[in-house]
Design a binder for this molecule. Sequence first.
Ligand SMILES: Cc1ncc(COP(=O)(O)O)c(C=O)c1O
Length: 363
Amino acid sequence: MKKSYEADDRAQAHVQTLQAYVPGEQPQGEGWTKLNTNENPFPPSPSVAIAIAAEAAKLQFYPEPSSQALRAAIGEAADLSAENVIIGNGSDNILDLITRCFAKAPGVGHTVPSYSLYPVVAGMSGQALMEVPFDRSMRLDEAAIASLQAQVFFLTNPNAPTGVAFPVKQIESLLQLIDGLLVVDEAYVDFGGESALPLLKDYENLIVVRTFSKSYSLAGMRVGYALAAPKIIGILDRVRDAYNLDRIAQAAALAAFADREYFDARRAAIITTRESIRTALDAYGWFTYPSAANFLFTEPKNASGESGPEIAAALFKYLKEQQVLVRYFPKHPLTCAFIRISIGTEAEMQVFLTAINSWLKHA
Ligand SMILES: Cc1ncc(COP(=O)(O)O)c(C=O)c1O
C-alpha cells in the first residue's frame, strides 16, 4: 500500500513560511571574472595544502570534536583564552547557533540593508524579525536599535553590502543602551574595520563573529568562529553538532592562521587594489561608499550621467554578458541603484575596468 505525507502542511508552522537563503551565484565553467561573493582572489597560504595532505592520512579517525587547538590559537591571539572561543562550520553555522540558543520574544533584530542570512536564521528560530532601516547616509541609529528591545541584534561591521565601518566607540554606546545580545559580525573587519574584540572584557552581552572565508582565503573550507564570555560559549556548545568541523577544516584553518606573513601581504594587496579601483570609480563620477571591506558598493552612471535602478540593472546584465560577475540587489530602495564589486586581483580588476569602459561607450 502506498502512503502520502503532506510535508508542506506537516512541517512546523514557522518552517512552512520560511524562505531559504539564496547564496550568490557560483558560475560553473571557464572564463569568468568572479567579483560577486566577496571571496579572496588569492589561494590560501601554501602551508594549508601541506597541512591538509598530512591530515588526509588520518581520516579513518574522527576529528577532535571541539576544534580545541584552533580555539586556543584564536583565543591567545585575541588576548583571551580558549574558553572564550567557539568554532563553526562557517560563520553561518555560528549565527544559527546563536539564534537557536538565544532568540526569544520580542524577536531578532538587524539593520537593513545587511547580510541576508540574518532573516533566515531568525526565521528558523521561529522568532519575529525586527528591522532598523538605514537611510542613504548609512549612519547607525543606536537609539532606534535600543528601542526594539531585541533579544539578539545582528550588526555587520564593516557593513555589507556597503562596506561602511562603524567606530568601536559607537558599538560600545550601543552595548550600554541594550539589554539583549549584540552580535557584531566582523566577516570583513581585517580589510580595515575597527574590531569590537577589546570590548569583550567589559561587556558580557557582546558576541564577536568572524570567518576564515574572506581574509584567510578559505571560503571553500567552511570555518568561522565567535568570541564571547565563557558562559555564552558554553551555551552555544550545548547545541553545536558534536563533530561540526572535520579534520581537514581544522588543520587548514590552523595552518592559515599561523602564516601571518602570507595573511598580511594578501590583505595589504587587496586594500591597495580596492583604493585604486575606488579612485577609478570616482573618476567616472560615480558615488561609492567609503569601504573598509574587500568590496565596493557603487552607484553607476551611464555615459549621459544618469543613475538609478535601470542603469544599475543594465550594467549588471552587460557585465554578466562579458563574463564579469558582480552582485546586484534589486529589491531594496537603498541598494537597487548600486552594484557591489568584490575586490579581485589587479588583473581581474583590469578586466572589470575594461568592461566598464566598453559599457560606457555603448550605454
Ligand atoms: C556579513 C557576513 N557574515 C557572514 C558571512 C558568512 O561567512 P562564512 O563563509 O563564514 O559562513 C558572510 C558571507 O558572505 C557575510 O557577508
